[in-house]
Design a protein around this ligand. Structure first.
Ligand code: NAD
Length: 292
């Protein structure tokens, strides 16, 4: 029987552990989320973070800026949050409008408070093999594998997708844990062969159900993590009453027949990303307390 890597279950266990840890502190960590515009999906992700924060008794301050905001106005908000000693972590909800310089804004977050770890200083440290922290999705993926005792060290892993947000840091983390990692992207000619030769396959592409059974051996030994979150609906579903549903990058039903374990969408990496963000926040809080 295929093992389902249940991110909600692991998230709930992490919540219990974090709540206990935070309950023992003299005050509580505080996360600031900066959102530009009112993208519906971003607002839904932020709600998930707020709910998780409530569950573990962490304060989440949500700042919404108008879509017409200039880079310098966002920079001044980030500057204020950097100075605010009651704020321990700052994230900018992505994506940002094209009018804003994403990396410049991410780099403006004080590295000690950059709990998404997307600022250049963190990227450089990871590149040198001396990470300060791992971006939440990469951390969530590794913790999901660890929870289910999936061996990483000495295994072959394929990372499908190489974005700065997911693919690149996840490949680095798998490598740091001793896996032999091959990164595939849109131009890679032999992705299928690479995936079939791997023990662990992580998929972060952003195309609904792109990765089918042909990417996997049929020996029920491979472990697959699906990061994709794609909203599909309307005509594609061929249903009388049109609706939107969330699917991953994997053709889940076809792939599950061939592999040992896989993560579902929703309910796999999404909840793990939220939990890992708050683990990063709690660690950032502890470091700031120690250095003050
Ligand atoms: P992105 O668009 O920045 O990157 C996509 C990557 O996929 C690129 O590197 C591209 O080269 C690669 N790619 C495209 N076609 C490919 C193919 N045929 N084979 C192999 N690689 C191919 O996207 P992203 O920000 O990395 O996000 C990827 C997906 O993960 C999206 O669906 C996004 O919504 C989702 N996501 C989920 C979480 C979560 O918490 N679950 C977090 C972040 C992103």
């Amino acid at each position: 029987m295929v093992l389902i890597l249940d991110g909600r279950k692991v998230r709930d266990e992490i919540a219990v552990a974090l709540r206990r840890k935070i309950g023992a502190l003299s005050d509580s960590p505080r996360l600031a989320i900066v959102q530009v515009g009112s993208n519906k999906e971003s607002s839904a992700y932020i709600r998930q973070k707020e709910l998780f924060g409530e569950k573990i008794k962490v304060k989440v301050a949500h700042r919404v800026l108008p879509v017409s905001v200039s880079s310098s106005e966002v920079l001044s908000v980030i500057g204020e949050l950097n100075q605010d000693r009651t704020v321990h972590g700052i994230i900018i909800q992505l994506p940002l409008p094209d009018s804003l310089d994403r990396q410049r804004l991410l780099d403006a977050i004080a590295p000690a408070k950059d709990v998404d770890g997307l600022g250049s200083e963190h990227v450089a440290l990871r590149g040198k093999g001396t990470p300060y922290l791992w971006p939440a999705t990469a951390r969530g993926i590794i913790e999901l594998l660890d929870f289910y005792a999936v061996p990483i060290e000495g295994r072959r892993a394929a990372m499908l997708g190489r974005s700065a947000l997911v693919g690149t840091p996840t490949a680095e983390y798998l490598r740091q844990r001793g896996a032999e990692v091959t990164v595939c992207h849109s131009q890679t000619a032999d992705t299928k062969e690479i995936a079939r030769a791997s023990d662990i396959v992580v998929v972060a592409i952003g195309k609904p159900k792109l990765i089918g059974a042909e990417y996997f051996r049929d020996d029920k030994t491979q472990v697959v993590v699906d990061v994709g979150i794609n909203s599909v609906g309307g005509a594609a579903l061929q249903e009388e009453v049109p609706r939107q549903i969330i699917v991953g990058d994997l053709d889940f039903d076809a792939v599950k027949e061939r592999v040992a374990a896989l993560s579902p969408v929703p309910g796999g990496v999404g909840p793990m990303t939220v939990a890992a963000l708050f683990e990063n926040l709690t660690e950032a809080y502890e470091r700031q307390r120690m250095s003050s």
